[in-house]
Design a protein around this ligand. Structure first.
Ligand SMILES: *Cc1c(COP(=O)(O)O)cnc(C)c1O
Length: 379
């Protein structure tokens, strides 16, 4: 399909890939436990940069959505989501949560002052998840304060102020099996003997060691739903996942660069021999990495072509010397193909795929990919 009629750069968002990835995670979980935990589809940061509205149809079969703030929860409700929503960010204002339009709402609790505020508000239908700060220590109760917080929360449940209270942990080192086991063990010790459901597993944890998820009520998956591997050295494709975002741009010019000539700002690249160079309007102002690494490439008609010279605000230069068919108007894939996963671009640029996807800027249109759409089933 020619994308020449589209804008100079665009990201295609494939909701059916998200639906596929969700089903894939569920079948992996089902292999390891009789009771498959429920799945929070994490769609914070505008669905990891994919765009909430384009992504939600692919999440229709999830049990709930997880977002950072109340405004995002309201956006999900406006898009027709009726199942539970989990607020991962610690809301400062608990009164906002009583809006019946947001219900059923679950909220992560990080501090006793949030419980105080709920107690003052009286009966409601929130479900609380107490967060153990763990080794991450970005938010939540310390091991020392956790049990006291849990007892307070349980009293709120007994008096009908909240519906249920569960235990939540977010790992600091889920990609490293040894540390993952240690983090799980300290959480186990913390909640031993306490009633209430548990929710600990993110994508990396449930993909690397799915068995533990069976002891939890809910898992929280973000990155894997978008088809991206969170595990170093393992691609999404290897995990049975499909990329939900593909970034395209069209060649807008071809330049002949004679041997010995510089190309790009700073003269950082000098042609060793005569080169035929294709230029696309995709730069760091779109979120493409400014230093994509020595082995960075794009795909043109399925062939890898090297990125050369410094990436500028608006332009990437590509060596098409060996690809005479590449010309003005030819579509280039920058990332998000099984043959060129965003994980690979991220690794060569010294970052992670989540940063590239969420860092795609507002000037890059997100467009719905063609192909069968999953059934809109949000109820
Ligand atoms: C972002 C986030 C997740 C999702 O993590 P992935 O690695 O993308 O699966 C889960 N839990 C919390 C608390 C988060 O902030």
């Amino acid at each position: 399909m020619s994308c020449a009629a589209q804008s100079r750069i665009h990201a295609r968002i494939d909701a059916s890939a998200i639906a596929h990835n969700l089903a894939r995670l569920r079948s992996l979980l089902a292999l390891h436990s009789a009771i498959v935990p429920r799945v929070w589809a994490v769609c914070k940061a505008d669905a990891y940069g994919h765009g909430l509205a384009l992504s939600l149809p692919g999440m229709a079969a999830a049990d709930g959505l997880a977002v950072m703030d109340v405004a995002s929860a309201a956006a999900c409700r406006e898009l027709g989501w009726r199942k539970p929503i989990l607020l991962l960010g610690s809301p400062a204002n608990m009164a906002e949560l009583q809006d019946s339009g947001l219900s059923p709402l679950h909220v992560v609790i990080d501090d006793e002052s949030q419980l105080d505020e709920l107690a003052r508000q009286g009966p409601g239908d929130l479900t609380l998840w107490l967060r153990f700060s763990g080794d991450l220590r970005h938010a939540g109760f310390s091991a020392h304060a956790y049990r006291r917080g849990f007892e307070r929360a349980t009293r709120l449940q007994q008096t009908g102020i909240v519906q249920q209270v569960g235990h939540l942990l977010h790992y600091a080192r889920a990609e490293e099996p040894e540390y993952l086991r240690a983090e799980r063990a300290s959480f186990e010790a913390l909640v031993a003997g306490l009633p209430g459901p548990r929710c600990t597993e993110n994508s990396a944890a449930l993909l690397s060691d799915p068995e533990y998820a069976g002891s939890t009520a809910w898992v929280r998956s973000g990155i894997a739903l978008y088809g991206i591997s969170p595990l170093a050295g393992i691609t999404g494709e290897h995990l049975g996942l499909k990329p939900a975002m593909t970034l395209f741009a069209d060649i807008h010019a071809i330049q002949q660069v004679p041997a010995g000539s510089p190309l790009g700002y700073g003269g950082a690249f000098v042609a060793e021999h005569d080169l035929r160079i294709a230029l696309v309007h995709c730069g760091y102002a779109d979120g493409y990495p400014r230093q994509p690494g020595p082995d960075a490439c794009v795909l043109i008609a399925g062939q890898e072509c090297a990125v050369v010279g410094r990436v500028s605000m608006d332009t990437v230069a590509i060596d098409v010397t060996a690809h005479p068919a590449a010309q003005r108007g030819t579509t280039v894939t920058l990332w998000g193909d099984a043959a060129l996963p965003v994980e690979r671009i991220a690794a060569s640029a010294g970052t992670i795929a989540a940063q590239l996807c969420t860092g795609l800027t507002a000037r890059v249109p997100r467009l719905r990919a063609h192909g069968p759409l999953p059934e809109a089933q949000t109820q």
